[in-house]
Write a protein that binds this ligand. Structure first.
Ligand code: FMN
Length: 223
């Protein structure tokens, strides 16, 4: 991906512009407070974590969705630091959620606000089948209850780290993915991180801003 100049005007896909016009102000859903004390030891999660590609149709609870998002990249300190580390604390990785089978959430595509720990609805509808196609027909996409798209947003990172920015954002996405899967293990859920997908098709399907690059897909579901 060609990196945008840090001074470039924000580019927003026509899909997103249309949606913003239609749906402003966005509908926010507050997530329940995450549990900050677990019952499964870290070593057990490390030992039991596996990439899981088959999920049942049982929905995730809103509490489980909240817990997964908080564990992945949630705020842990008043200065804005998070569960996952970030080069220079720039936090260039953003998260979007396709909630297809989560109790209490309209099926749709949301952006996750780390500081508010809430979700803003960007587009209604379950896009899993088309996302599955964009991810090389991997059936786990169509089965997942919740799918997180991690994107890299390079504007500030470029100013501080120059051309190494994409690499740094990808590393951060890896940290976030590991947090997500360890938390899924602790909750008794299945999860996987997918790198095999076509970022261009993904951006045509979903209202992701033009200047963000899809880096990693995280799936979770009941097993
Ligand atoms: C960056 C990354 C991308 C991956 N992409 C895919 C993928 O697209 N499809 C898939 O089935 N597994 C994917 N995996 C999962 C690996 O296949 C899996 O981690 C590996 O087989 C080891 O199994 P385990 O995770 O159960 O230990 C990915 C893993 C990583 C770290």
């Amino acid at each position: 991906m060609k990196l945008p100049s840090p001074n470039a005007q924000p580019l927003v896909s026509s899909a997103l512009r249309g949606l913003r016009a239609k749906s402003a102000p966005s509908v926010r859903t507050a997530l329940p407070a995450p549990s900050l004390e677990g019952t499964v030891p870290l070593e057990t999660c490390l030992r039991q974590r596996r990439s899981v590609r088959d999920y049942t149709e049982q929905p995730l609870s809103l509490q489980q969705a909240s817990q997964l998002l908080w564990a992945a990249m949630g705020a842990t300190n008043p200065a804005g630091l998070r569960t996952a580390p970030s080069a220079g604390a720039v936090f260039p990785v953003r998260a979007y959620v396709m909630a297809a089978n989560v109790e209490g959430l309209t099926a749709g595509f949301y952006s996750y606000d780390v500081d508010r720990h809430d979700l803003s609805l960007l587009a209604r509808g379950d896009k899993r089948r088309r996302l599955e196609k964009a991810a090389a027909d991997q059936q786990c996409v169509g089965q997942s209850a919740l799918l997180v798209v991690l994107t890299g947003y390079y504007r500030r990172l470029l100013r501080e780290f120059g051309e190494g920015s994409q690499r740094l954002a990808a590393m951060e996405a890896g940290h976030i993915g590991q947090n997500f899967s360890l938390q899924a293990t602790a909750l008794g859920l299945g999860s996987i991180g997918l790198g095999k997908f076509d970022p261009t098709s993904l951006k045509m399907l979903l209202p992701i801003p033009q200047d963000e690059e899809p880096l990693y897909l995280l799936l979770a579901g009941c097993v």
